[in-house]
Design a protein around this ligand. Structure first.
Ligand code: GLU
Length: 494
């Protein structure tokens, strides 16, 4: 048997370090067994998937050296590797299950589903809707069909009793109660498959032998096991890796830690160090050495050495490791090349020069004027915010609202950023100039800088958000209680 593994990210938002973590372990497992590693793009959520996000996945995984043997951009014998290009494949499989009696057509409306869930809740049962809950009388089913009502296809699942036995390579046998498993939608009313159907069909058709993915998917395993059984297919071996965690043990989230691979690239981390650090998340070299390359990890890789305690992704430790790579493994020439390809290059200068030129008298002005755009963090003091708002409370509120607004922002062109910030200023009944005043300090550490939308656009989403978060914390932070109140006020704005 040739080992075949895959990483299957959804192209929504920025490429996540969790995706790199999965790619690394899948790649190492495949290579350690002389197998193949595949990249599949799971873009069935058409509303949230974008071509730009897909491109960022390609670029960031390649930057880390985690390239793939088969995938949307390199081809292969099991393509297409983008689920949106496979949409015609899934319908047939869903209808096959309907014909077999393992799935059914469901005409229930969202309101009815809510009522059905409510009824289960009132009975003290789980809200996982079962086929018996969803069934309509024959006459009603026919009437809705005749009226052309929209429908979905759902899978049959056992009723309340008993548990599904799942074998996980790292966890051994696990029992998951059937009572929690609902009659999952397989095909949506628009004909698109859900994750569960597409994932199982594709893993089978692509000859995936080992599914190595995040722990958060463990609860989906009973549905997947049932689907493999209905189709009469062998199930790949399952291996759920532990979730990466923030230093406070919560699930790694961009609210507490930068999670975008692009952030680490932009901050000037080395791909070697990031891969090395991810390789230490729940895994260690047989000789326990801290520093190793991707090739060394692949050669020594043994997935059974993964430990399950939630690994902590600590940026300070990563920084330390990065420093050791920089100092010990790079000669001056290599470092010079890296520095040039990182930021001191035409692309960056082209972005900054138009803003600098109008303000420079001598060329040496350029560096101090622009340093905040080339740096990772900037030094900010609470005093620097003096006079930028009427009160400390108002100041924190504005910064927090801007942060929330920008956490939802997709488009980082200066025009779109200006519109977003101006929109917020308008709803707060502030002149943009007034809202921007503390932003200059948060973003540049100074009271004046290049325009705020331009600066944010050049810095990109992660650094911008990180600086806003840093400013809030320098100003004393927002307590949980205050955050609750602000959330309400913010929600009421929209
Ligand atoms: N598309 C899923 C994700 O975004 C894939 C999960 C899996 O590996 O099965 O993580």
């Amino acid at each position: 048997m040739t080992v075949r593994t895959r990483v299957a990210p959804s192209p929504t938002g920025d490429p996540h370090v969790g995706t790199a973590y999965m790619a690394l372990f899948n790649r190492c497992f495949a290579k350690a067994h002389g197998g193949q590693f595949i990249l599949r793009i799971e873009d069935t959520d058409q509303a949230r998937s974008t071509a730009a996000a897909e491109q960022m996945i390609f670029d960031s995984l390649r930057w880390l050296g985690l390239d793939w043997d088969e995938g949307p951009d390199v081809g292969g014998d099991h393509g297409p590797y983008r689920q949106s290009e496979r949409r015609d494949i899934y319908g047939g499989y869903a209808w096959q299950l309907v014909e077999q009696g393992d799935a059914f057509v469901c005409y229930r409306t969202p309101e009815e589903l809510e009522t059905l869930r409510e009824a289960r809740r009132a009975d003290g049962r789980s809200t996982a809707l079962k086929p018996a809950d969803l069934e309509l009388s024959d006459a009603e089913q026919m009437a809705r069909k005749a009226a052309g009502a929209s429908f979905v296809i759902r899978m049959r699942v056992p009723d309340e009793e008993g548990a599904c036995l799942i074998h996980d390579r790292l966890r051994g046998d696990i029992e998951l109660d059937w009572s929690m498993v609902d009659a999952q939608i397989l095909l949506k009313s628009d004909g698109m498959p859900t994750y569960h159907l597409a994932n199982v069909v594709d893993d089978h058709l692509m000859g995936i032998t080992h599914v190595i993915r995040g722990e958060e998917w463990l609860n989906s395993a009973p549905k997947h096991k049932l689907l493999y059984h209905y189709f009469g297919w062998d199930m790949p071996e399952l291996c759920h890796l532990p979730l990466l965690r923030n230093p406070d043990k919560s699930k790694l989230s961009k609210r507490k830690n930068p999670t975008s691979i692009l952030h680490y690239e932009r901050m000037g981390f080395l791909p070697e160090a990031l891969v090395n650090y991810l390789g230490r998340m729940g895994w260690s070299m047989p000789d326990e050495r801290e520093k190793f390359s991707l090739d060394e990890m692949q050669a020594a890789f043994d997935i059974d050495r993964v430990s399950l305690g939630g690994p902590i992704f600590d940026v300070e430790k990563l920084k330390w490791l990065n420093g050791t790579w920089l100092r010990e493994d790079f000669d001056a020439q290599t470092l010079k090349e890296r520095l040039k390809s990182w930021l001191w290059n035409d692309e960056t200068l082209d972005k900054i020069l138009p803003h600098a030129q109008g303000r420079m008298d001598v060329m040496s002005d350029f560096i101090p004027m622009s340093a905040y755009l080339l740096s990772g963090e900037v030094a900010v003091t609470a005093e620097a915010f003096d006079g930028t708002a009427d009160s400390q409370e108002e100041l924190l509120k504005r910064l927090q609202f801007v942060l929330w607004r920008l956490e939802a922002q997709q488009d980082w062109e200066r025009g779109a950023l200006f519109a977003a910030l101006k929109g917020l200023a308008d709803t707060l009944e502030l002149k943009p100039k007034v809202l921007f005043a503390p932003l200059f300090v948060a973003i540049s550490g100074k009271s004046s800088a290049y325009s705020i939308p331009d600066s944010m656009s050049i810095l990109g989403p992660d650094l911008t958000r990180a600086r806003l978060r840093n400013a809030i914390s320098v100003l004393g932070g927002v307590s949980k209680k205050a955050a609750k109140r602000l959330e309400k006020e913010y929600a009421a704005l929209a």
